[in-house]
Design a protein around this ligand. Structure first.
Ligand SMILES: O=C(O)CCC(=O)C(=O)O
Length: 280
């Protein structure tokens, strides 16, 4: 296994201050393979919902995503991913799951939950060139920091920018992380993010990671895992992810694998009330 590629101290400080990082071209060398594997998942799973194809009318989403293919699962072993994860989360970080998407249109301003203890991050691969007005991810720098008036105001108001601030979502002050295939973007789950102007086939997938949960916060981990019942999962990870894990990857799976025993029953109940797995 290659040596990990550590983040620079400045990158860690930038992330801690602004809540995101950009890595232009970091995966340019693997992009052909990654795109092929991305398509292979959809080929095998239809549109991800009721066996249909993505038809461009609504977001299609497959969870977990990288777990479906050995080569995508192996991204967790890649020294570049491990370097980012270890730099931001510590050596014993957890893999929490992933989603693959065909996005349709805009995504409004939101955070991916709100975490003030364990740090949660998302790594996002966008597979097509995206500019500010054609669906590039936008972030509000500093919006991840808890306990300050700025992020409190954003939490209350960003989802209703027209009513609250008199500006439409695309006009909220933000940084657009314009990307080309092969770039990687990373953001804190708390960071307010959105995307505007994308088409009906905007391809991306993400990898969610977090710090290891201390034993006295295991219930919070179990609650997070329970949130995946809306995707009708019996285990938090896919079979390929677990079967192909060597000892190093397993370090980043074992805490979740030891704490997802409640998921199958919750998913059984979700299946009884939902027409299809959640689209996001
Ligand atoms: O690209 C997008 O439309 C938004 C992505 C997003 O909200 C997410 O991955 O949490």
């Amino acid at each position: 296994m290659d040596d990990i590629r550590p983040l620079a101290e400045q990158q860690v400080r930038f992330f801690e201050t602004f809540g995101y990082l950009q890595f232009p071209g970091l995966f340019a060398d693997r992009m052909d393979e990654i795109s092929r594997e991305f398509e292979a998942v959809w080929e095998a799973r239809g549109g991800g919902h009721a066996g249909s194809r993505h038809d461009g009318t609504a977001r299609s989403c497959i969870v977990p995503f990288i777990d479906q293919r050995e080569r995508l699962a192996a991204l967790l072993d890649d020294p570049r991913i491990r370097g980012i994860a270890q730099g931001l989360l510590g050596d014993d970080f957890n893999y929490m799951g992933s989603d693959g998407n065909y996005y349709v249109g805009d995504t409004g301003w939101h955070s991916d939950g709100w975490h003030t203890g364990i740090r949660h991050i998302k790594l996002a691969f966008y597979l097509d060139p995206l500019t500010r007005d054609t669906g590039a991810l936008r972030v509000i720098p500093g919006s991840h920091l808890p306990g300050d008036r700025f992020s409190d105001a954003l939490r209350e108001q960003a989802g209703r920018s027209g009513e609250q601030w008199g500006v439409a979502g695309p006009d909220v002050p933000a940084v657009a992380l314009e990307t080309r295939p092969g770039d990687l973007v990373c953001f804190h789950h708390n960071t307010k993010h959105a995307a505007f102007g994308g088409g009906t086939q905007r391809r991306m997938f993400t990898i969610n990671l977090c710090g290891r949960y201390p034993e006295d916060q295991i219930q919070d981990l179990r609650d997070y895992i329970a949130g995946h019942a809306r995707f009708w999962l019996d285990r938090n990870y896919g079979e390929t992810m677990m079967r192909t894990a060597g000892p190093e990857r397993m370090r980043h799976l074992e805490q979740v694998m030891a704490n997802d025993g409640h998921l199958a029953e919750l998913s059984r109940r979700a299946r009884a009330t939902m027409a299809e797995p959640s689209r996001g």
